[in-house]
Write a protein that binds this ligand. Structure first.
Ligand code: DX5
Ligand code: ZN
Length: 220
């Protein structure tokens, strides 16, 4: 069983509210929001104003979905408070974008948010050694961040397995989220590699039958 976090990057931004409520009505658990700055990654997406709109949708229609904000931006410390004020409940930064990662994690928690750290496909899990105990979540990028609809980088599964083993060894409650190339037909590979949370953009919003896709992901 996995938690399903549709990435709104593949939603229709002309009807964002309805698209988010639709996937929650169909059984999705979290709302994953991809913030890109055109510097850390080549693409530019959205800022706090749209996160606030997504956060309203996450709590609409009787839902209380966690607002999971993935910051693919340089110097994320400068914007943590803005995204927290916009309704982010999980704030995930990239290890590669943080000079003082420990400080960033503590600042996130001091704002009352859950703290996540993401690793690009090439980044070794050992960079989390001294912060893992402080983390609510590790986001293992299973594609190079920047765009939806890419295919899985296989070596990232091995990394997810190793991080899960270390979480178990330490007796932590830290979640592992995987992001990129996750679809109903390959989701079991990610949960077998230790993932608790499956992000899927094109695999949910682009699915012919969204209900079936969400059910299959959740059952993986
Ligand atoms: C990529 C983003 C992902 C993306 C996933 O940089 O972090 O969340 O939307 O898209 P799919 O599921 O289509 O690979
Ligand atoms: Zn993401």
């Amino acid at each position: 069983m996995a938690l399903v976090a549709p990435s709104i990057l593949s939603a229709d931004f002309g009807r964002l509210h309805d698209d988010i409520v639709d996937v929650l009505d169909r059984g999705a658990h979290w709302v994953h929001v991809d913030v890109m700055d055109g510097r850390f990654v080549p693409n530019i997406t959205i800022g706090p104003v749209v996160v606030a709109a997504a956060a309203r949708a996450a709590k609409a229609n009787g839902h209380n979905a966690l607002v999971d904000v993935h910051l693919m931006i340089v110097e994320p410390d400068r914007y943590l408070q803005d995204f927290r004020d916009a309704g982010a409940e999980m704030l995930t930064v990239h290890a590669e974008a943080c000079t003082h990662l420990h400080r960033t994690i503590q600042a996130t928690k001091a704002m009352g948010a859950k703290a996540g750290v993401s690793l690009n496909p090439h980044t070794h899990e050992s960079c989390l050694d001294y912060v893992l105990d402080d983390l609510d979540m590790v986001l293992v990028m299973t594609v190079n961040p920047g765009f939806g609809g890419q295919s899985l980088v296989e070596s990232a599964l091995r990394k997810s397995e190793k991080i899960r083993a270390e979480i178990e060894r330490r007796g932590l409650k830290t979640l592992i989220e995987v992001d990129g190339g996750v679809k109903a037909d390959n989701a079991k590979r990610f949960t077998d590699a230790g993932a608790h949370v499956l992000v899927s953009g094109s695999g949910v919003f682009g699915a012919k039958d969204r209900t079936a896709a969400i059910r299959a992901l959740a059952a993986s």
